[in-house]
Design a protein around this ligand. Sequence first.
Ligand SMILES: C[S@@+](CC[C@H](N)C(=O)[O-])C[C@H]1O[C@@H](n2cnc3c(N)ncnc32)[C@H](O)[C@@H]1O
Length: 199
Amino acid sequence: MDYYYRKAKAEGYRSRAAYKLKEINGKYNVIRRGNIVVDLGAAPGGWIQVSREIVGDDGLVIGVDINEIEKFPWSNVITIQADITDEKIVEIIRSVIPNGRMVDVVLSDAAPKISGIWDTDHARQIFIAENALKIAKELLKPDGRCVIKVFQGPLLNDFINKVKGEFVEVKIFKPSASRKESSEVYVIAKRRKISLSQK
Ligand SMILES: C[S@@+](CC[C@H](N)C(=O)[O-])C[C@H]1O[C@@H](n2cnc3c(N)ncnc32)[C@H](O)[C@@H]1O
């Protein structure tokens, strides 16, 4: 049991990953009070808890996972059991957002089950990250932000270039709660590049 695992248990977070999002948000101010946040690959729910703390009573947090997410006591947290690579996923998420509102933040900590075959895991993870980017493009406001987990490897540069094609500010960050031996890093993107015709 490591430091962040014990800290999460003691502080009531469902995952040690909660501290990764706290650190990301402390540094990049991605999630703000009152925001609508979509959290992809959200089970068991540590990032949902951190997001809910930040958005407060007036925001909305929507968590999506292929596995069931145990219910939370807050009325402004909605959980959806779905595959984020499903072609209907944007429609499914939109159906739970009131008044057709756009989203402030898309988070993705989604990762495939690790097979141990490094190339395969990297490729699967980048595929999931590409789906998260696609969802972000559909749902985010022009000043929307996103955080997407990726695994380092040969496909990463191409993915980062795709993110750079969509957002003005793009940063790569490895939080201290991310295990050193893990190849995961987070892509943080702000300010969408939207042409006048899309506005
Ligand atoms: C590292 S965990 C997320 C932990 C979460 N951020 C937290 O703080 O509790 C990764 C999650 O991604 C989910 N996942 C992987 N592939 C998915 C997919 N195609 N669609 C939806 N969820 C997926 C897994 O089921 C798993 O729960």
